[in-house]
Design a protein around this ligand. Sequence first.
Ligand SMILES: [Zn+2]
Length: 156
Amino acid sequence: MLDRMPAAPPRDDPRWGWEFTVENFVFARLDDDRAAADTLTDQADREHAHARIAALRHLAALHSIYVGADGENWCRCFSCEPGSGVPCATIRLLAQQWSQHPDLPDAATGPVISSLDDVAAAGGFAAHYQQQKHAAPRTPGDAAGSRSSTASPGGD
Ligand SMILES: [Zn+2]
């Protein structure tokens, strides 16, 4: 069950809706991509593009701001913990695929979770661990020697 954010603006608040700008941008770009995919002449390429877009739409849906059956905006994404920010890191990263698009919302720009940069570059936590293990051999008495990463499951 989702926990509501305590500061969800009421519907009559003029600020209501700002939190949807990044997800609206993502879904609009995926609509653009789907229209482009429809024009692909190679069936395998078209099917691959449609599968990628469908997966990204589901990912975006998982990280869209939750609006209940009563229409109430819970002012947090469907999947992330309330402390993950609005918009959450995942929907912001999805938007950053189109970082050169003139309509990219300001809320989608800037660092997301910088402590995960090395993990993302490595290809995941397991690969990052292997890189760290082989790059910085531990010496006796170096209790924190291979813990140079600041990545943690909680982000930053
Ligand atoms: Zn999220």
